[in-house]
Ligand binder design. Structure first.
Ligand code: HGY
Ligand code: MN
Ligand code: MN
Length: 420
């Protein structure tokens, strides 16, 4: 695993970071961490996390979207359930903390309470979602949307991966029943809130020299696949001024995309994937497909920035005599975190002797989907250099343990507050 090459010392396997090291070995990548939805690596990660949950006394189940759920009963059978979770899937060549930290920090908090013989009045369910990154299928947040009861099952089940395997078939092959996705939905009146501990994936906490942060809102995000159609031709014979070069055109569109991100405050615009056909070094590209990921602090700003960029693209493709199409994919509204839960997290941190900072999340999370079900809260953990979606992603054991301290204190405060 590359991150071991950076000399990071191995952690005590029983510790939170030790478990995250062990989980990072559940990968489909050779020497890198890549754990996509419904793959053998995902299955191995579920098996591992399920074992830890069961050792901690949680009853476990896998829902129809392959979300692993660990339930700890409360002392009051009529009380509602607090949900704590994040995602098990990763991006290709990922870091080991994005997603997994939230699940295992929640588990560590429950183990701490058990070790102190503290029984909460309300139940807690740990959720290990399998599809937050949306790398394998064009849709994402499948698990959290199923739990929230907002999943467009037909749309998601029809989506397919690069091998043409549909989500429906992948779920069936994984041992899940795609026709029971509706059963995964929680009843809003039985859920207290959803808490997602997560690495910040940005530099703000490190620059503020703070270990933890309280999230105010999650940015709105939209993804698209853009196809540019020109005309393939001989690289040596077609005059430069009479080409319909799909790749040169796409390059100008991508530069314009970066320009939009720079021009619009609060907007990020990213092209992360590109493919060109036929792909010969001596062939003018006839067709190009690239991705767009555009985010903003509000839905209105996101949509305005998209419209302006698409207008600019029209001019670029017209100038090159090529055509283009824009296929919308994943889209999620900005999700505010509940004010009273932000305050609760801050009080729990203060009780642990910690100062925190409120900050928005530029990264998307399962909490965006869970916001349709119940109040959401997110606790951020500082990460070195703000690096994420990269094997160099790194947090300290101390900061991870402080996050567990705050979660434990939050749970105790909820019990004392009479939350049921
Ligand atoms: O793309 C995101 O923001 C998240 O990591 N899936
Ligand atoms: Mn994440
Ligand atoms: Mn991520």
């Amino acid at each position: 695993m590359r991150s071991e090459a950076d000399g990071s010392m191995p952690h005590d396997p029983a510790s939170l970071l030790g478990r995250l090291d062990t989980l990072a070995r559940c990968t489909d990548g050779a020497g890198v961490l890549t754990r996509l939805y419904l793959t053998p690596a995902h299955e191995a990660a579920i098996r591992l996390a399920r074992g830890w949950m069961q050792q901690a006394g949680l009853a476990t189940r896998l829902d129809a979207a392959a979300t692993l759920v660990g339930r700890l009963e409360g002392s009051d059978p009529d009380a509602r359930t607090l949900l704590i979770g994040s995602h098990l899937d990763t991006v290709p060549d990922a870091g080991r903390y994005d997603g997994a930290l939230g699940i295992l920090a929640g588990l560590a908090a429950l183990e701490r309470l058990r070790d102190r013989d503290i029984r909460l009045p309300f139940a807690v369910e740990l959720l290990a979602f399998g599809d937050e990154e949306g790398v394998r299928f064009a849709r994402t947040l499948t698990g959290s949307r199923a739990c929230a009861g907002t999943l467009d099952a037909a749309l998601h089940l029809a989506s397919h991966d690069a091998e043409g395997i549909t989500l429906r078939d992948a779920l069936s092959a994984f041992g899940c029943d795609p026709d029971r996705l509706g059963d995964a939905a929680y009843r809003p009146d039985r859920v207290i809130a959803y808490l997602e501990p997560h690495i910040e994936q940005g530099p703000v906490l490190e620059q503020a020299a703070l270990p933890l942060g309280v999230v105010t809102a999650i940015n709105a995000a939209s993804r698209f696949i853009v196809t540019v159609c020109g005309e393939a031709g001989h690289a040596g014979t077609v005059p430069m001024d009479s080409r319909r070069d799909a790749l040169a055109t796409a390059a100008e569109m991508i530069v314009a995309t970066r320009g939009a991100g720079l021009a619009w405050p609060g907007v990020t615009a990213t092209v992360g994937q590109i493919r060109a056909w036929p792909g010969g070094v001596n062939v003018i590209a006839g067709e190009v497909e690239f991705s767009l990921d555009l985010r903003a602090s509000t839905d209105a700003l996101r949509d305005k920035a998209c419209a302006a960029l698409f207008h600019e693209w029209d001019a670029i493709t017209a100038e090159h005599g090529v055509t283009h199409s824009i296929a919308p994919g994943f889209s999620a509204s900005a999700a505010p975190c509940a004010e009273d839960w932000q305050a609760r997290l801050e009080r729990a941190a203060i009780a642990c002797g910690l100062e925190t900072k409120r900050l928005p999340s530029g990264a998307g999370h399962d909490a965006m989907a869970m916001a349709a079900l119940c109040p959401i809260a997110m606790l951020f953990v500082r990460c070195r250099g703000g690096i994420s979606h990269n094997p160099a992603e790194s947090i300290t054991g101390q900061d991870a343990e402080l996050a567990v301290d705050v979660i434990v204190r939050l749970l105790e405060d909820l019990a004392a507050e009479g939350i049921r």
